[in-house]
Every structure is written in C-alpha cells, then in structure tokens.
Design a protein. Structure first.
Length: 477
C-alpha cells in the first residue's frame, strides 16, 4: 500500500515493525514445537531437538522486541522533535545490514544447530548464552548498527525540540545499548560468565526496557487520549527514578546460588521486593490519566455541543491498558512470588520461573509493542480515528487469554514440581524425573500446549487485522 507518511523516519519504523511481527510469529511456532516435545519427546528428535527449538524461541523473542523498540524510536522521534531524523539514509542502510545478519544467524541456528567445542563455534554458530546467543561476528555487526541508531537519536534530539520523553529515551537507549557489551566477553568460569550475563538480561528487562516502556506509555497517552504532557512527563520522571532505584540492586535475586558472595541474599531480597512498586505506579498512571483526561474532555465537548471521541486509536489503547495490567501481574506479582531467597531456594529454575518469564515478557513488552504496531498502522493509513474491529478484539482476547492460560498451567505444573522434586525429594536427580512424570505436572504441560495454540490463533487474527484494519476506520481528507 502507498505510504502516507511524511517522515522517512516513520517509513523506516514500519520496516522495523514488519520484521518484528514476522519474528514474533516465528517465535510462537518454535514455542509450539518445544511445548509439543515436552509431551512427545520423540517429536523431531535429532532433527530439530528441544534445545534448538527453545533457543530459537527465546532468541527470536528478544530480537523481535528489540526490532519493535528501535522501530518505536524511529516512529516517535520526528513527532517529538518536530524534524526528520538526522542521518536517515545511513539508518536505512543499517536496517538492511542488521536484517541480513539476523537472517543468516537464524538460518545457521536452524540448519547447522551446533558446532564443536572450540572458539570457532562462538564466532560462527552461537555463544551458548541464553536469550542472547548471536555468534560473535553478528555481535560486532549488531554493535555497529546500534551505534548508528544511537547517533540518529542523539543528533536528532540535539537539533530538534527536546521533550522530556526524548531526554529520558536518550539516557535510556545509551544504557540499554551499552549493557549489551557485558554479554560479549568470553570467560571459561561459569560463575563469572553468569554474573555478567545477568547485567544484560536483568538490567534490560527490569531497568532499561521498563524505562523504555515508560516513554512509550507517556507518548501513547499523549497521542491517543490527548493527555497533558506536563502531567505525563512528571509521572515519567518519578517512574524512572523508582525503576532504576530498585531495578539495579534488584539484580541480587539472580546472585543467590551462582557462586557469588552471600551478601546478595539480603540485597537481592530487599531491592527486588521493591521492584513491584514502580510497576504499580505505572498502572495507576495509565488508569488515572485515562479517567481524568477523558472525563475533562467529555465535559468540555458536551458544553460546546460537539461530537466527542475519547480516544483516536482503540486497538492501540487496549494494548496499552493490557500493558499496565500485564506488567503489574507478570513482572510485579509473579516476580514477587519467587524473589525472596527463602522461596527461591525451592522454586529456582522450575516451571514456576517459566510461568513468570512468559507473563512478564508478554505483559510488560509484547503488549505495548503490539500497541505501537497499531500506532504505525494508523499513521501509515492516515486514519484519524482507528476503531476496534472484530479481528482486533479476537486478537486481544485470544492472545491475552492464551498467555494467561499458559501462565496458570505452568504455575500449577511448577507447584507440583517444587513440591515433589524440591520439598519431598530434596532436589535430587531422581526427584527431577519423578516430578516430570507426576500427573499435575503432565496435565499442566498439556494445558500449556493447548493455550499456546489459542495464543497462536490470536496471533493470526492480529496479523489479519493489521493488514486490513484501515477499512473500518474514519479517514481524514
Ligand atoms: C518485565 C520485567 C521482567 C521480565 C521480562 C522478567 C523475565 C524473567 C525471565 C525470563 C526469567 C528467567 C530467566 C532464566 O532463563 O533463567 C526471570 C527470572 C526471575 N525473575 Fe523476572 N522478569 C521481570 C521482572 C521481575 C521482577 C519485577 C521480579 C521481582 C519482583 C522478578 C523476579 C525474578 C526472579 C527471582 C527470577 C529468578 C527465578 C529463578 O531463580 O529461577 N522478575 N525473569
Ligand atoms: C505459542 C505460544 C507459546 C508456547 C507454546 C511457548 C512454549 C515455550 C516452551 C516449551 C519453552 C521452554 C520452557 C522450558 O525450558 O521449560 C518456552 C520458554 C520461554 N518462552 Fe515461550 N511459548 C509461547 C509463547 C511465548 C510468548 C508469547 C512469550 C513472551 C512474550 C514467551 C517467552 C518465553 C520465555 C521468556 C521463555 C524462557 C523461560 C524460562 O526459561 O524461564 N513464550 N516457551
Ligand atoms: Fe531479575
């Protein structure tokens, strides 16, 4: 379709969003394969092993989210600063280089899968670090493209209007990109390796990505319901200070049992237990602003006798609200469940962790990034009021119900696992296998697969809606 976008930066954003959506689909398919292998261990055995399906599942997850995050910055930057992104040509080149590299990496994961235990595998196949396994050649390429991206952001922000959102984004993106370096070094000591690996994983999802979400929430509230910038940006500053305050030392909850000093028990317990506080603040922020701003405007429009639309993009707003709920539930509640060392000694590395991992990544990030897909669809098709459709509602319902269902199923499986494998059988090798055959565990794993299929059907509705949505909406001009 012809694009109506006047900024090249926003065109580039739609490319990033498109690749993100494709990788999201690939992620879900890999999840389904891995989930089926839990129940039918011989499924694709030695052709496409569980370890490979799982690896592609979670690496695709991280990459599609990073793509959607980069896309979001290129999307909102010209609107916030009032100017075209500086260095947009090289930014586009960066997109092609990155996408070509990612394609090669994924093909190697799928076709080559594993290599010899030498350094050549780290350079050419993958690094064996959960979530961020890109081989070293690709790591270096990623760093170069991300430097271009950071330069685009900084140069544009310095030349154009500087809003609070852009200022926070500048600091945040610098930290987010810089942390990636902590996951690139090689050491043959697994404790040291994990120590630094958590700097990337934890400080991404519980500090820098959360701040990023704060920026998107602020932007979305201003654009969709016309919230006032002063109010929204004030919240943003408060959230940023709280997120960094608890998130940085909260990292201690990963340092309980990996050979790091014991003082991390107290530090991790205290600061990670505080982490839900900013998530509650974000939740209140969205709901409060929504109620207040729409109430005010409704009164105004009644007084003037004009027709009133409380929001100009219902699907995007629905996903933004899902984000407020999901972030609080997945990260805040499910995170808090197992964050004290007294609890974590039993739950560590069980399906309980997986339940939290799913709901947190989904609730905190997938939701709001899908919301940004809808912002881009609205802008690209020049739609003044984007309404919800049958497909968009089915997508929200099936995806959210599916992921929530998977989370509940995994929580039940994890509960049984903790009880039998850890509490009764004392974390022994035998305990592991006994708990894997337990009825509660197997049924939970079965429901996870069923709910995964529900999620995937929702994803198909989502794509269908994104591709056809402009038809049901009110256009300007
Ligand atoms: C959106 C934010 C969050 C995301 C995306 C997230 C995601 C994850 C994931 C994927 C894991 C598993 C890591 C692995 O593979 O070993 C994990 C572990 C963990 N998370 Fe979170 N998390 C978030 C926020 C939180 C919060 C706020 C808390 C605490 C209140 C928390 C507490 C924990 C703990 C204690 C573990 C370790 C579990 C274990 O020992 O097995 N998380 N998180
Ligand atoms: C079709 C739906 C999905 C299915 C069937 C599925 C299945 C799976 C399976 C089987 C694993 C391996 C678990 C293990 O090693 O015990 C896994 C891991 C994971 N998946 Fe999914 N998944 C799906 C969707 C998602 C979504 C939507 C997200 C987040 C947005 C997600 C995030 C993760 C994460 C973070 C892990 C690693 C968890 C950990 O190690 O603690 N998955 N998934
Ligand atoms: Fe963490």
């Amino acid at each position: 379709m012809e694009s109506n976008l006047k900024f090249e930066s926003q065109k580039l954003a739609t490319w990033y969003f498109t690749v993100a959506a494709i990788l999201f689909g690939a992620q879900l398919l890999m999840g389904l394969i891995a989930a089926a292998q839990f129940l039918y261990p011989s499924f694709l055995f030695e052709i496409f092993d569980f370890s490979v399906a799982r690896m592609v599942h979670i690496n695709a997850l991280v990459v599609w989210m990073l793509y959607a995050m980069i896309g979001s910055v290129y999307w909102l930057l010209p609107e916030e600063t009032g100017i075209e992104t500086v260095g947009i040509k090289i930014a586009k080149l960066g997109f092609f280089v990155l996408t070509a590299a990612i394609t090669v990496v994924v093909l190697v994961y799928i076709i080559v899968q594993i290599g010899p235990a030498t350094e050549s595998s780290i350079w050419l196949i993958h690094e064996g670090r959960e979530y961020i396994e890109a081989p070293r050649w690709a790591d270096i390429g990623i760093v170069v493209v991300v430097l271009i991206f950071v330069a685009n952001l900084f140069l544009t922000a310095m030349k154009g209007r500087q809003t609070g959102i852009v200022t926070v984004l500048m600091a945040d993106v610098l930290a987010l990109a810089g942390l990636y370096l902590a996951g690139m070094f090689f050491t043959d000591n697994i404790s040291i390796d994990q120590y630094w690996w958590w700097w990337v994983i934890h400080l991404w999802v519980e500090a820098t990505w959360e701040v990023f979400v704060g920026c998107l929430l602020s932007y979305g509230l201003i654009k969709i319901i016309g919230a006032r910038r002063e109010v929204v940006e004030m919240w943003l500053w408060i959230e940023v200070s709280m997120l960094f305050g608890s998130g940085i030392l909260g990292m201690g909850h990963h340092y309980f049992w990996i050979g790091t000093p014991e003082y991390w028990w107290e530090i991790g317990a205290l600061f990670s237990a505080l982490e839900p506080v900013p998530l509650i603040a974000m939740f209140v922020h969205v709901i409060y602003d929504w109620g207040k701003e729409t109430g005010l405007k409704e009164a105004e429009s009644k007084a003037s006798g004009e027709g009133y639309h409380s929001m100009n993009n219902s699907p995007a707003f629905t996903w933004f609200v899902m984000n407020a709920f999901g972030n609080f539930l997945g990260a805040g509640v499910w995170g808090f469940f197992h964050t004290l060392p007294q609890v974590n000694i039993y739950t560590h590395g069980t399906q309980f962790t997986s339940a939290h991992g799913h709901l947190a990544f989904f609730g905190a990030y997938a939701t709001i990034l899908i919301g940004m897909f809808y912002m881009a669809i609205q802008g690209k098709n020049n739609i003044s009021i984007l309404k919800a459709t049958f497909d968009s509602k089915m997508a929200v319902f099936l995806i959210c119900f599916g992921v929530m269902g998977m989370t509940v199923a995994l929580t039940i499986a994890g509960y049984g696992q903790v009880l039998v494998e850890r509490a009764q059988m004392g974390a022994t090798w035998e305990g592991f296998f006994v708990s894997q055959d337990m009825m509660w565990f197997v049924q939970g794993i079965g429901w996870r697969l069923a709910m995964g299929i529900v999620t995937f059907v929702g994803f198909i509705y989502l794509i269908k809606d994104l591709l056809t949505t402009s038809k049901n909406s009110i256009h300007i001009k």
